[in-house]
Ligand binder design. Structure first.
Ligand SMILES: Cc1ncc(C[n+]2csc(CCOP(=O)(O)OP(=O)(O)O)c2C)c(N)n1
Ligand SMILES: [Mg+2]
Length: 589
Protein backbone atom coordinates (compact mmCIF):
# COMPACT_ATOMS: atom_id res chain seq x y z
CA UNK A 1 0.00 0.00 0.00
CA UNK A 2 1.26 3.45 -0.80
CA UNK A 3 0.24 6.82 0.64
CA UNK A 4 -2.42 7.39 -2.05
CA UNK A 5 -3.94 3.97 -1.39
CA UNK A 6 -4.23 4.91 2.29
CA UNK A 7 -5.89 8.18 1.31
CA UNK A 8 -8.46 6.49 -0.91
CA UNK A 9 -9.12 3.74 1.64
CA UNK A 10 -9.71 6.41 4.29
CA UNK A 11 -12.12 8.26 2.00
CA UNK A 12 -14.00 5.02 1.42
CA UNK A 13 -14.21 4.55 5.17
CA UNK A 14 -15.82 7.99 5.37
CA UNK A 15 -18.42 6.96 2.80
CA UNK A 16 -17.08 9.07 -0.07
CA UNK A 17 -18.63 7.81 -3.31
CA UNK A 18 -17.58 10.43 -5.82
CA UNK A 19 -14.71 12.85 -6.45
CA UNK A 20 -14.88 15.74 -8.90
CA UNK A 21 -11.59 16.85 -10.39
CA UNK A 22 -9.00 17.11 -13.10
CA UNK A 23 -5.64 15.29 -12.99
CA UNK A 24 -2.15 16.60 -13.53
CA UNK A 25 1.39 15.45 -12.88
CA UNK A 26 1.22 16.86 -9.37
CA UNK A 27 -1.60 14.51 -8.33
CA UNK A 28 -1.11 11.46 -10.53
CA UNK A 29 -0.16 9.23 -7.60
CA UNK A 30 -3.63 9.76 -6.15
CA UNK A 31 -5.17 9.30 -9.61
CA UNK A 32 -3.59 5.84 -9.83
CA UNK A 33 -5.09 4.86 -6.47
CA UNK A 34 -8.46 6.15 -7.69
CA UNK A 35 -8.11 4.17 -10.91
CA UNK A 36 -7.61 1.01 -8.91
CA UNK A 37 -10.69 1.70 -6.79
CA UNK A 38 -12.92 3.03 -9.58
CA UNK A 39 -15.61 0.43 -8.91
CA UNK A 40 -16.02 1.83 -5.39
CA UNK A 41 -15.36 5.54 -5.79
CA UNK A 42 -16.41 7.46 -8.88
CA UNK A 43 -14.15 10.05 -10.50
CA UNK A 44 -15.96 12.74 -12.49
CA UNK A 45 -13.51 14.55 -14.71
CA UNK A 46 -14.23 18.25 -15.25
CA UNK A 47 -12.97 20.79 -17.77
CA UNK A 48 -12.15 23.43 -15.16
CA UNK A 49 -11.22 22.84 -11.52
CA UNK A 50 -13.47 25.68 -10.39
CA UNK A 51 -16.37 23.59 -11.65
CA UNK A 52 -15.08 20.64 -9.60
CA UNK A 53 -15.14 22.72 -6.42
CA UNK A 54 -18.66 23.97 -7.22
CA UNK A 55 -19.70 20.37 -7.86
CA UNK A 56 -18.32 19.31 -4.49
CA UNK A 57 -20.20 22.18 -2.85
CA UNK A 58 -23.42 21.40 -4.76
CA UNK A 59 -23.10 17.71 -3.92
CA UNK A 60 -22.81 18.62 -0.24
CA UNK A 61 -25.77 21.01 -0.47
CA UNK A 62 -28.05 18.42 -2.06
CA UNK A 63 -26.98 15.31 -0.14
CA UNK A 64 -25.74 16.61 3.21
CA UNK A 65 -22.67 14.43 2.64
CA UNK A 66 -19.04 15.39 2.22
CA UNK A 67 -18.31 16.81 -1.24
CA UNK A 68 -14.82 16.04 -2.53
CA UNK A 69 -12.80 17.73 -5.26
CA UNK A 70 -9.28 17.13 -6.53
CA UNK A 71 -6.75 19.19 -8.44
CA UNK A 72 -3.11 19.09 -9.34
CA UNK A 73 -0.39 21.30 -7.87
CA UNK A 74 -0.09 25.01 -8.70
CA UNK A 75 -2.67 26.18 -11.25
CA UNK A 76 -5.08 23.29 -10.66
CA UNK A 77 -5.33 24.05 -6.96
CA UNK A 78 -5.62 27.76 -7.60
CA UNK A 79 -8.58 27.12 -9.93
CA UNK A 80 -10.47 25.47 -7.07
CA UNK A 81 -10.46 28.54 -4.92
CA UNK A 82 -13.69 30.32 -5.85
CA UNK A 83 -15.71 27.14 -5.48
CA UNK A 84 -14.10 26.50 -2.10
CA UNK A 85 -15.06 29.98 -0.93
CA UNK A 86 -18.58 29.27 -2.12
CA UNK A 87 -18.58 26.23 0.21
CA UNK A 88 -17.04 28.19 3.07
CA UNK A 89 -19.55 31.02 2.85
CA UNK A 90 -22.58 28.73 2.47
CA UNK A 91 -21.23 26.38 5.17
CA UNK A 92 -20.93 23.20 3.17
CA UNK A 93 -18.67 20.27 4.09
CA UNK A 94 -16.13 19.99 1.29
CA UNK A 95 -12.75 18.29 1.10
CA UNK A 96 -10.17 19.48 -1.44
CA UNK A 97 -7.25 17.22 -2.32
CA UNK A 98 -4.30 18.76 -4.13
CA UNK A 99 -0.71 18.00 -5.01
CA UNK A 100 2.52 19.77 -4.15
CA UNK A 101 5.97 19.62 -5.71
CA UNK A 102 8.56 17.02 -4.66
CA UNK A 103 8.90 17.34 -0.91
CA UNK A 104 12.60 18.31 -1.05
CA UNK A 105 12.11 20.95 -3.74
CA UNK A 106 9.26 22.87 -2.15
CA UNK A 107 10.14 26.53 -1.71
CA UNK A 108 12.96 26.51 -4.26
CA UNK A 109 11.18 28.25 -7.14
CA UNK A 110 10.69 24.91 -8.83
CA UNK A 111 7.88 24.47 -11.35
CA UNK A 112 4.33 24.94 -10.02
CA UNK A 113 5.82 25.65 -6.63
CA UNK A 114 2.69 27.10 -5.08
CA UNK A 115 2.23 26.50 -1.36
CA UNK A 116 -1.44 25.61 -1.68
CA UNK A 117 -1.72 25.01 2.07
CA UNK A 118 -0.70 28.63 2.63
CA UNK A 119 -2.94 29.86 -0.17
CA UNK A 120 -5.96 28.04 1.27
CA UNK A 121 -5.40 29.14 4.87
CA UNK A 122 -8.30 31.57 4.93
CA UNK A 123 -10.82 29.33 3.18
CA UNK A 124 -10.30 26.22 5.31
CA UNK A 125 -11.48 24.93 8.65
CA UNK A 126 -8.81 22.25 8.36
CA UNK A 127 -5.75 22.51 6.14
CA UNK A 128 -2.72 20.21 6.23
CA UNK A 129 0.37 19.39 4.22
CA UNK A 130 1.14 15.67 4.31
CA UNK A 131 4.65 15.08 5.65
CA UNK A 132 5.01 11.42 4.70
CA UNK A 133 3.01 8.25 4.00
CA UNK A 134 2.35 7.53 7.67
CA UNK A 135 0.80 10.97 8.08
CA UNK A 136 -2.02 10.32 5.59
CA UNK A 137 -4.48 8.23 7.60
CA UNK A 138 -4.80 10.47 10.66
CA UNK A 139 -4.81 13.65 8.56
CA UNK A 140 -7.55 12.31 6.27
CA UNK A 141 -9.71 11.22 9.21
CA UNK A 142 -9.40 14.64 10.76
CA UNK A 143 -9.99 16.47 7.47
CA UNK A 144 -13.23 14.58 6.82
CA UNK A 145 -14.46 14.93 10.39
CA UNK A 146 -13.67 18.63 10.59
CA UNK A 147 -15.38 19.48 7.29
CA UNK A 148 -18.50 17.59 8.35
CA UNK A 149 -18.68 18.77 11.93
CA UNK A 150 -17.69 22.40 11.36
CA UNK A 151 -19.49 22.53 7.99
CA UNK A 152 -16.58 24.00 6.08
CA UNK A 153 -13.71 23.31 3.76
CA UNK A 154 -10.89 20.89 4.55
CA UNK A 155 -7.78 20.66 2.44
CA UNK A 156 -5.10 18.00 2.20
CA UNK A 157 -2.11 18.68 -0.01
CA UNK A 158 0.42 15.94 -0.72
CA UNK A 159 3.92 16.29 -2.22
CA UNK A 160 3.94 14.35 -5.44
CA UNK A 161 6.71 11.93 -4.45
CA UNK A 162 4.98 11.05 -1.17
CA UNK A 163 1.86 10.08 -3.10
CA UNK A 164 3.59 6.99 -4.48
CA UNK A 165 5.67 6.09 -1.45
CA UNK A 166 4.96 2.72 0.11
CA UNK A 167 3.89 2.64 3.74
CA UNK A 168 6.56 0.51 5.35
CA UNK A 169 7.25 -0.68 8.86
CA UNK A 170 9.82 1.35 10.74
CA UNK A 171 8.74 4.54 8.96
CA UNK A 172 6.59 5.91 11.75
CA UNK A 173 7.68 8.38 14.35
CA UNK A 174 7.67 6.84 17.82
CA UNK A 175 4.41 8.52 18.86
CA UNK A 176 2.45 7.79 15.71
CA UNK A 177 0.71 4.61 16.84
CA UNK A 178 -0.64 2.71 13.86
CA UNK A 179 -4.42 3.19 13.19
CA UNK A 180 -4.79 5.52 16.17
CA UNK A 181 -7.52 7.70 14.59
CA UNK A 182 -11.11 6.82 13.80
CA UNK A 183 -13.51 7.23 10.89
CA UNK A 184 -16.53 7.53 13.17
CA UNK A 185 -18.58 10.66 12.63
CA UNK A 186 -20.49 11.68 15.75
CA UNK A 187 -23.18 14.31 16.30
CA UNK A 188 -24.47 15.98 19.40
CA UNK A 189 -28.17 16.24 20.22
CA UNK A 190 -27.91 19.84 18.98
CA UNK A 191 -30.50 21.15 21.42
CA UNK A 192 -30.58 24.51 23.19
CA UNK A 193 -30.62 25.13 26.88
CA UNK A 194 -34.03 24.60 28.56
CA UNK A 195 -34.08 28.00 30.28
CA UNK A 196 -33.35 29.73 26.97
CA UNK A 197 -36.23 27.84 25.39
CA UNK A 198 -38.61 29.15 28.03
CA UNK A 199 -37.38 32.72 27.65
CA UNK A 200 -37.79 32.43 23.89
CA UNK A 201 -41.35 31.09 24.27
CA UNK A 202 -42.24 33.98 26.60
CA UNK A 203 -41.09 36.52 24.02
CA UNK A 204 -42.89 34.79 21.17
CA UNK A 205 -46.09 34.36 23.21
CA UNK A 206 -46.05 38.03 24.18
CA UNK A 207 -45.60 39.25 20.59
CA UNK A 208 -48.63 40.57 18.77
CA UNK A 209 -47.16 40.55 15.28
CA UNK A 210 -44.60 37.78 14.95
CA UNK A 211 -42.66 37.20 11.74
CA UNK A 212 -40.47 34.17 11.02
CA UNK A 213 -37.39 34.36 8.80
CA UNK A 214 -36.26 30.92 7.62
CA UNK A 215 -32.95 30.17 5.93
CA UNK A 216 -30.72 27.36 4.75
CA UNK A 217 -30.54 25.86 8.23
CA UNK A 218 -34.31 25.33 8.20
CA UNK A 219 -34.45 23.30 4.98
CA UNK A 220 -35.32 20.10 6.79
CA UNK A 221 -37.74 21.71 9.23
CA UNK A 222 -40.73 22.30 6.92
CA UNK A 223 -43.39 20.74 9.15
CA UNK A 224 -41.99 22.37 12.27
CA UNK A 225 -41.88 25.81 10.62
CA UNK A 226 -45.49 25.50 9.56
CA UNK A 227 -46.52 24.36 13.04
CA UNK A 228 -44.73 27.29 14.65
CA UNK A 229 -46.31 29.67 12.11
CA UNK A 230 -49.74 28.27 12.89
CA UNK A 231 -49.25 28.71 16.64
CA UNK A 232 -47.81 32.19 16.31
CA UNK A 233 -50.08 33.43 13.52
CA UNK A 234 -46.82 34.34 11.81
CA UNK A 235 -45.87 34.66 8.15
CA UNK A 236 -42.75 32.72 7.13
CA UNK A 237 -40.35 34.89 5.15
CA UNK A 238 -37.67 33.00 3.27
CA UNK A 239 -34.04 33.96 2.72
CA UNK A 240 -32.80 32.87 -0.71
CA UNK A 241 -31.04 29.74 0.53
CA UNK A 242 -34.18 28.86 2.47
CA UNK A 243 -36.37 28.95 -0.64
CA UNK A 244 -37.26 25.27 -0.26
CA UNK A 245 -37.74 25.43 3.54
CA UNK A 246 -41.48 25.87 2.99
CA UNK A 247 -43.31 25.28 -0.31
CA UNK A 248 -44.78 28.37 -1.93
CA UNK A 249 -48.30 26.97 -1.78
CA UNK A 250 -48.06 26.95 2.01
CA UNK A 251 -50.62 29.36 3.50
CA UNK A 252 -47.91 30.68 5.82
CA UNK A 253 -45.19 31.86 3.52
CA UNK A 254 -44.64 35.26 1.96
CA UNK A 255 -41.73 34.04 -0.16
CA UNK A 256 -38.37 35.74 -0.48
CA UNK A 257 -37.01 38.84 1.21
CA UNK A 258 -34.66 41.58 0.04
CA UNK A 259 -34.30 43.38 -3.25
CA UNK A 260 -35.54 40.32 -5.09
CA UNK A 261 -38.16 39.41 -2.52
CA UNK A 262 -41.89 40.02 -2.26
CA UNK A 263 -43.84 43.01 -1.03
CA UNK A 264 -45.64 41.04 1.73
CA UNK A 265 -42.28 39.82 3.07
CA UNK A 266 -41.00 43.36 3.31
CA UNK A 267 -44.24 44.58 4.89
CA UNK A 268 -44.09 41.81 7.47
CA UNK A 269 -40.50 42.78 8.33
CA UNK A 270 -41.43 46.42 8.65
CA UNK A 271 -44.55 45.86 10.73
CA UNK A 272 -43.60 42.97 13.02
CA UNK A 273 -43.04 43.48 16.72
CA UNK A 274 -41.27 40.13 17.18
CA UNK A 275 -38.88 38.31 14.88
CA UNK A 276 -38.02 34.61 15.00
CA UNK A 277 -35.07 33.68 12.80
CA UNK A 278 -34.61 30.01 12.04
CA UNK A 279 -31.29 28.92 10.56
CA UNK A 280 -30.45 32.02 8.58
CA UNK A 281 -27.66 34.55 8.44
CA UNK A 282 -29.38 36.54 5.67
CA UNK A 283 -26.82 39.27 5.05
CA UNK A 284 -28.97 42.22 3.94
CA UNK A 285 -29.44 43.82 7.34
CA UNK A 286 -31.21 46.82 5.83
CA UNK A 287 -34.22 44.66 5.02
CA UNK A 288 -34.59 43.45 8.62
CA UNK A 289 -36.57 45.26 11.32
CA UNK A 290 -34.78 48.31 12.70
CA UNK A 291 -33.04 47.62 16.02
CA UNK A 292 -35.56 48.56 18.72
CA UNK A 293 -38.57 47.89 16.50
CA UNK A 294 -38.96 44.24 17.40
CA UNK A 295 -37.99 41.67 20.00
CA UNK A 296 -35.95 38.85 18.59
CA UNK A 297 -35.35 35.13 18.99
CA UNK A 298 -32.74 33.34 16.89
CA UNK A 299 -32.36 29.62 16.31
CA UNK A 300 -28.86 28.91 15.04
CA UNK A 301 -26.58 25.89 15.04
CA UNK A 302 -23.39 27.90 15.28
CA UNK A 303 -23.14 29.74 18.62
CA UNK A 304 -20.75 32.24 17.08
CA UNK A 305 -23.52 33.49 14.81
CA UNK A 306 -26.02 34.33 17.51
CA UNK A 307 -26.79 38.03 17.27
CA UNK A 308 -24.85 38.49 14.05
CA UNK A 309 -27.44 40.58 12.20
CA UNK A 310 -29.94 41.69 14.80
CA UNK A 311 -29.84 42.48 18.53
CA UNK A 312 -31.70 39.34 19.56
CA UNK A 313 -33.11 38.96 23.06
CA UNK A 314 -32.65 35.19 23.13
CA UNK A 315 -30.43 32.88 21.14
CA UNK A 316 -31.24 29.18 20.84
CA UNK A 317 -28.18 27.21 19.83
CA UNK A 318 -29.35 24.08 18.12
CA UNK A 319 -30.52 22.32 15.03
CA UNK A 320 -33.60 24.06 13.54
CA UNK A 321 -35.86 21.04 13.49
CA UNK A 322 -34.94 19.71 16.90
CA UNK A 323 -35.14 23.15 18.47
CA UNK A 324 -38.52 23.95 16.95
CA UNK A 325 -39.81 20.60 18.18
CA UNK A 326 -38.82 21.60 21.70
CA UNK A 327 -40.15 25.13 21.34
CA UNK A 328 -43.57 24.46 19.79
CA UNK A 329 -45.12 22.80 22.89
CA UNK A 330 -44.23 25.95 24.84
CA UNK A 331 -46.12 28.23 22.45
CA UNK A 332 -49.71 29.38 22.93
CA UNK A 333 -51.82 29.59 19.78
CA UNK A 334 -52.50 33.24 19.05
CA UNK A 335 -56.14 34.16 18.81
CA UNK A 336 -55.48 37.29 16.81
CA UNK A 337 -54.70 36.10 13.29
CA UNK A 338 -54.77 39.51 11.65
CA UNK A 339 -51.00 39.81 11.03
CA UNK A 340 -50.91 36.49 9.22
CA UNK A 341 -54.15 37.24 7.39
CA UNK A 342 -52.78 40.55 6.10
CA UNK A 343 -49.72 38.70 4.78
CA UNK A 344 -51.96 36.08 3.16
CA UNK A 345 -54.06 38.75 1.46
CA UNK A 346 -50.87 40.42 0.29
CA UNK A 347 -49.61 37.15 -1.18
CA UNK A 348 -52.84 36.64 -3.10
CA UNK A 349 -52.28 39.95 -4.83
CA UNK A 350 -48.58 39.24 -5.21
CA UNK A 351 -49.15 35.97 -7.04
CA UNK A 352 -51.67 37.69 -9.33
CA UNK A 353 -48.97 40.17 -10.32
CA UNK A 354 -46.46 37.34 -10.78
CA UNK A 355 -48.92 35.51 -13.00
CA UNK A 356 -49.64 38.62 -15.04
CA UNK A 357 -45.95 39.14 -15.63
CA UNK A 358 -45.35 35.46 -16.25
CA UNK A 359 -48.07 35.17 -18.86
CA UNK A 360 -47.30 38.27 -20.93
CA UNK A 361 -47.37 37.49 -24.60
CA UNK A 362 -45.65 40.59 -25.94
CA UNK A 363 -42.27 40.50 -27.61
CA UNK A 364 -39.44 40.56 -26.91
CA UNK A 365 -40.18 37.79 -24.46
CA UNK A 366 -39.67 38.69 -20.80
CA UNK A 367 -37.51 36.52 -18.52
CA UNK A 368 -40.43 36.26 -16.11
CA UNK A 369 -42.35 34.34 -18.79
CA UNK A 370 -39.61 31.73 -19.02
CA UNK A 371 -39.37 31.43 -15.24
CA UNK A 372 -43.15 31.07 -14.94
CA UNK A 373 -43.37 28.44 -17.67
CA UNK A 374 -40.45 26.59 -16.10
CA UNK A 375 -42.04 26.65 -12.65
CA UNK A 376 -45.15 24.98 -14.06
CA UNK A 377 -43.15 22.18 -15.62
CA UNK A 378 -40.77 21.26 -12.81
CA UNK A 379 -41.43 17.82 -11.40
CA UNK A 380 -42.25 17.42 -7.74
CA UNK A 381 -38.74 16.20 -7.00
CA UNK A 382 -36.85 18.68 -9.20
CA UNK A 383 -33.47 20.00 -8.09
CA UNK A 384 -33.00 23.55 -9.36
CA UNK A 385 -29.76 25.53 -9.28
CA UNK A 386 -29.59 29.18 -10.12
CA UNK A 387 -26.83 31.74 -10.65
CA UNK A 388 -26.16 35.28 -9.52
CA UNK A 389 -27.60 38.01 -11.70
CA UNK A 390 -31.08 39.24 -12.56
CA UNK A 391 -31.70 35.56 -13.18
CA UNK A 392 -31.83 35.11 -9.39
CA UNK A 393 -34.74 37.55 -9.17
CA UNK A 394 -36.82 35.61 -11.66
CA UNK A 395 -36.01 32.37 -9.87
CA UNK A 396 -36.73 33.83 -6.43
CA UNK A 397 -40.04 35.36 -7.38
CA UNK A 398 -41.40 33.57 -10.39
CA UNK A 399 -40.53 29.90 -9.82
CA UNK A 400 -42.75 28.60 -7.03
CA UNK A 401 -41.14 25.85 -5.01
CA UNK A 402 -43.04 22.63 -4.39
CA UNK A 403 -42.69 20.34 -1.40
CA UNK A 404 -40.01 17.75 -2.17
CA UNK A 405 -38.02 19.96 -4.52
CA UNK A 406 -34.56 21.35 -3.77
CA UNK A 407 -33.49 24.82 -4.89
CA UNK A 408 -30.21 26.60 -4.39
CA UNK A 409 -27.65 29.11 -5.64
CA UNK A 410 -24.45 30.60 -4.31
CA UNK A 411 -25.99 32.43 -1.39
CA UNK A 412 -23.29 34.33 0.46
CA UNK A 413 -20.42 34.24 -2.01
CA UNK A 414 -23.04 35.19 -4.64
CA UNK A 415 -20.68 34.05 -7.34
CA UNK A 416 -21.57 33.62 -10.97
CA UNK A 417 -21.24 30.21 -12.61
CA UNK A 418 -22.14 27.48 -10.09
CA UNK A 419 -25.58 26.82 -11.64
CA UNK A 420 -24.28 24.34 -14.21
CA UNK A 421 -21.79 22.49 -11.95
CA UNK A 422 -24.29 22.31 -9.09
CA UNK A 423 -26.74 20.71 -11.52
CA UNK A 424 -24.19 18.19 -12.73
CA UNK A 425 -23.43 17.27 -9.11
CA UNK A 426 -27.15 16.95 -8.36
CA UNK A 427 -27.61 14.58 -11.29
CA UNK A 428 -24.58 12.52 -10.21
CA UNK A 429 -26.10 12.20 -6.74
CA UNK A 430 -29.66 11.59 -7.93
CA UNK A 431 -29.65 9.94 -11.36
CA UNK A 432 -33.46 9.61 -11.38
CA UNK A 433 -34.40 13.16 -10.43
CA UNK A 434 -35.02 16.13 -12.68
CA UNK A 435 -31.96 18.37 -12.31
CA UNK A 436 -32.24 21.86 -13.77
CA UNK A 437 -29.90 24.82 -14.12
CA UNK A 438 -31.64 28.19 -14.50
CA UNK A 439 -28.84 30.55 -15.44
CA UNK A 440 -27.86 33.76 -17.21
CA UNK A 441 -25.73 33.94 -20.33
CA UNK A 442 -22.86 35.57 -18.41
CA UNK A 443 -22.76 33.01 -15.62
CA UNK A 444 -23.23 30.04 -17.94
CA UNK A 445 -20.52 31.12 -20.35
CA UNK A 446 -17.96 31.29 -17.52
CA UNK A 447 -17.91 27.51 -17.10
CA UNK A 448 -19.85 26.34 -20.13
CA UNK A 449 -17.13 23.89 -21.17
CA UNK A 450 -18.41 21.70 -18.38
CA UNK A 451 -21.67 21.19 -20.25
CA UNK A 452 -19.69 18.54 -22.10
CA UNK A 453 -19.01 16.88 -18.74
CA UNK A 454 -22.75 16.20 -18.49
CA UNK A 455 -22.69 14.78 -22.02
CA UNK A 456 -19.65 12.64 -21.26
CA UNK A 457 -21.18 11.06 -18.18
CA UNK A 458 -24.65 10.77 -19.78
CA UNK A 459 -26.26 13.01 -17.17
CA UNK A 460 -29.70 14.12 -18.39
CA UNK A 461 -29.52 17.64 -17.01
CA UNK A 462 -31.67 20.54 -18.24
CA UNK A 463 -30.14 23.97 -18.65
CA UNK A 464 -32.36 26.99 -19.15
CA UNK A 465 -30.36 30.07 -20.12
CA UNK A 466 -31.80 33.56 -20.10
CA UNK A 467 -29.85 35.12 -22.92
CA UNK A 468 -29.95 38.89 -22.75
CA UNK A 469 -26.45 39.43 -24.17
CA UNK A 470 -25.54 41.40 -21.10
CA UNK A 471 -24.34 41.18 -17.53
CA UNK A 472 -27.86 42.30 -16.76
CA UNK A 473 -27.58 42.75 -13.01
CA UNK A 474 -24.54 45.00 -13.31
CA UNK A 475 -25.99 47.03 -16.15
CA UNK A 476 -29.03 47.60 -13.98
CA UNK A 477 -26.94 48.55 -10.95
CA UNK A 478 -24.81 50.98 -12.94
CA UNK A 479 -27.91 52.74 -14.16
CA UNK A 480 -30.18 52.63 -11.15
CA UNK A 481 -27.83 52.82 -8.15
CA UNK A 482 -25.08 54.92 -9.65
CA UNK A 483 -27.12 56.75 -12.26
CA UNK A 484 -24.48 56.12 -14.89
CA UNK A 485 -24.84 54.88 -18.43
CA UNK A 486 -23.92 51.22 -18.76
CA UNK A 487 -20.27 50.37 -19.31
CA UNK A 488 -18.46 47.10 -19.88
CA UNK A 489 -21.54 44.95 -19.51
CA UNK A 490 -22.57 43.92 -23.01
CA UNK A 491 -21.82 40.33 -23.97
CA UNK A 492 -21.05 39.19 -27.45
CA UNK A 493 -23.87 36.80 -28.34
CA UNK A 494 -23.29 33.06 -28.32
CA UNK A 495 -25.60 30.59 -30.01
CA UNK A 496 -25.94 28.29 -27.01
CA UNK A 497 -28.20 25.85 -28.84
CA UNK A 498 -25.49 25.33 -31.45
CA UNK A 499 -22.97 24.99 -28.64
CA UNK A 500 -25.11 22.28 -27.05
CA UNK A 501 -25.22 20.41 -30.37
CA UNK A 502 -21.46 20.79 -30.75
CA UNK A 503 -21.01 19.13 -27.36
CA UNK A 504 -23.32 16.27 -28.25
CA UNK A 505 -26.37 17.60 -26.39
CA UNK A 506 -29.65 18.98 -27.65
CA UNK A 507 -30.42 22.67 -27.86
CA UNK A 508 -33.50 24.77 -28.54
CA UNK A 509 -33.95 28.49 -28.82
CA UNK A 510 -37.17 30.15 -27.73
CA UNK A 511 -37.89 33.74 -28.64
CA UNK A 512 -41.66 33.77 -28.79
CA UNK A 513 -43.57 33.73 -25.47
CA UNK A 514 -46.30 31.72 -27.16
CA UNK A 515 -43.77 29.06 -28.00
CA UNK A 516 -41.76 29.00 -24.78
CA UNK A 517 -44.03 26.53 -23.01
CA UNK A 518 -44.06 24.13 -25.96
CA UNK A 519 -40.27 24.19 -26.21
CA UNK A 520 -39.92 23.67 -22.49
CA UNK A 521 -42.20 20.64 -22.82
CA UNK A 522 -39.63 19.13 -25.16
CA UNK A 523 -37.01 19.48 -22.46
CA UNK A 524 -39.34 18.60 -19.59
CA UNK A 525 -41.55 15.82 -20.88
CA UNK A 526 -44.19 14.74 -18.34
CA UNK A 527 -42.39 11.48 -17.82
CA UNK A 528 -38.86 12.67 -17.73
CA UNK A 529 -36.97 10.86 -20.48
CA UNK A 530 -33.25 10.87 -19.84
CA UNK A 531 -32.41 13.30 -22.62
CA UNK A 532 -29.53 15.68 -22.64
CA UNK A 533 -31.14 19.02 -23.11
CA UNK A 534 -30.15 22.59 -23.18
CA UNK A 535 -32.79 25.18 -23.71
CA UNK A 536 -31.78 28.65 -24.73
CA UNK A 537 -34.20 31.51 -24.40
CA UNK A 538 -33.41 34.76 -26.17
CA UNK A 539 -34.45 37.80 -24.19
CA UNK A 540 -33.77 41.26 -25.50
CA UNK A 541 -33.39 44.20 -23.22
CA UNK A 542 -34.75 47.58 -24.00
CA UNK A 543 -31.77 49.49 -22.69
CA UNK A 544 -33.15 52.90 -23.61
CA UNK A 545 -36.27 52.61 -21.52
CA UNK A 546 -34.30 51.05 -18.67
CA UNK A 547 -32.03 54.07 -18.52
CA UNK A 548 -34.94 56.49 -18.79
CA UNK A 549 -36.69 54.70 -15.95
CA UNK A 550 -33.60 54.95 -13.75
CA UNK A 551 -33.42 58.69 -14.49
CA UNK A 552 -37.09 59.04 -13.56
CA UNK A 553 -36.41 57.27 -10.29
CA UNK A 554 -33.51 59.52 -9.46
CA UNK A 555 -35.70 62.52 -10.21
CA UNK A 556 -38.30 61.16 -7.85
CA UNK A 557 -35.76 60.89 -5.06
CA UNK A 558 -34.41 64.34 -5.85
CA UNK A 559 -30.85 63.13 -5.64
CA UNK A 560 -28.56 64.04 -8.50
CA UNK A 561 -25.79 62.01 -6.97
CA UNK A 562 -25.73 58.31 -7.64
CA UNK A 563 -24.01 57.28 -4.45
CA UNK A 564 -26.34 59.39 -2.35
CA UNK A 565 -29.22 57.77 -4.09
CA UNK A 566 -27.85 54.35 -3.32
CA UNK A 567 -27.32 55.33 0.29
CA UNK A 568 -30.86 56.49 0.53
CA UNK A 569 -32.07 53.38 -1.13
CA UNK A 570 -30.22 50.90 0.99
CA UNK A 571 -29.74 52.42 4.36
CA UNK A 572 -32.67 54.64 5.02
CA UNK A 573 -35.61 53.24 3.23
CA UNK A 574 -35.44 49.98 1.43
CA UNK A 575 -39.14 49.87 0.84
CA UNK A 576 -39.73 52.80 -1.51
CA UNK A 577 -36.77 51.72 -3.56
CA UNK A 578 -37.91 48.18 -3.52
CA UNK A 579 -41.46 48.90 -4.59
CA UNK A 580 -40.41 51.34 -7.27
CA UNK A 581 -37.89 49.01 -8.75
CA UNK A 582 -40.44 46.32 -9.13
CA UNK A 583 -41.86 47.54 -12.45
CA UNK A 584 -38.35 48.31 -13.60
CA UNK A 585 -37.15 44.81 -13.04
CA UNK A 586 -40.13 43.44 -14.88
CA UNK A 587 -39.31 45.54 -17.92
CA UNK A 588 -35.60 45.14 -17.84
CA UNK A 589 -33.65 41.99 -18.12
C1 LIG B 1 -17.45 35.49 -10.43
C2 LIG B 1 -18.24 36.76 -10.40
N1 LIG B 1 -17.88 37.81 -11.15
C3 LIG B 1 -18.62 38.94 -11.14
C4 LIG B 1 -19.73 39.03 -10.35
C5 LIG B 1 -20.57 40.31 -10.34
N2 LIG B 1 -21.85 40.02 -11.00
C6 LIG B 1 -22.97 39.71 -10.31
S1 LIG B 1 -24.27 39.37 -11.28
C7 LIG B 1 -23.38 39.68 -12.67
C8 LIG B 1 -24.01 39.58 -14.02
C9 LIG B 1 -24.54 38.23 -14.34
O1 LIG B 1 -24.82 38.18 -15.71
P1 LIG B 1 -25.68 37.01 -16.32
O2 LIG B 1 -25.19 35.69 -15.85
O3 LIG B 1 -25.78 37.19 -17.78
O4 LIG B 1 -27.11 37.22 -15.62
P2 LIG B 1 -28.12 38.45 -15.83
O5 LIG B 1 -27.80 39.44 -14.76
O6 LIG B 1 -27.94 38.99 -17.20
O7 LIG B 1 -29.45 37.81 -15.60
C10 LIG B 1 -22.06 40.03 -12.36
C11 LIG B 1 -21.02 40.38 -13.36
C12 LIG B 1 -20.06 37.92 -9.55
N3 LIG B 1 -21.10 37.93 -8.71
N4 LIG B 1 -19.33 36.80 -9.61
MG1 LIG C 1 -27.19 38.04 -18.96
Amino acid sequence: MNASDVLVESLLDWGVEVIFGLPGDGINGVMEALRQQQDKIRFIQVRHEEAAAFMACGYAKFTGKLGVCLATSGPGGIHLLNGLYDAKLDHQPVLAITGLQFHDLIGTYTQQDVALDKLFMDVCVYNERVMGPTHVENVTDLACRTALSYRGVSHITIPVDFQEQEVKSGQRSKRNVVHHSSDVSARSARLPDGADLERAADILNAGKKVAILAGRGALDATDELEKAAEMLGAPIIKALLGKAAVPDDSPYTTGAIGLLGTRPSQEAMEDCDTLLIVGSSFPYIEFMPRPGQAKGVQIELDPQRIGLRFPFDVGLVGDSRNTLRELIPLLRRKQDRSFLQAAQAGMKDWWKVMEQRGTRRDKPMKPQVVAWELGKRLSDDAIVSCDSGTIATWWARQVPVKRGQMHTLSGTQATMAPGLPYTIAAQVAYPQRQCVAFVGDGGFSMLMADFVTAVKYKLPIKVVIIKNNTLGQIKWEQMVFLGNPEFGVDLHPIDFAEFAHACGGIGFTAEDPNDCGRLLMRCFPPRCAPLLDILVCHIHNDAGSLFQRSKDLRGQYGSPCGSEYATHAFHRSPRPLWSNLEPLTSEGG
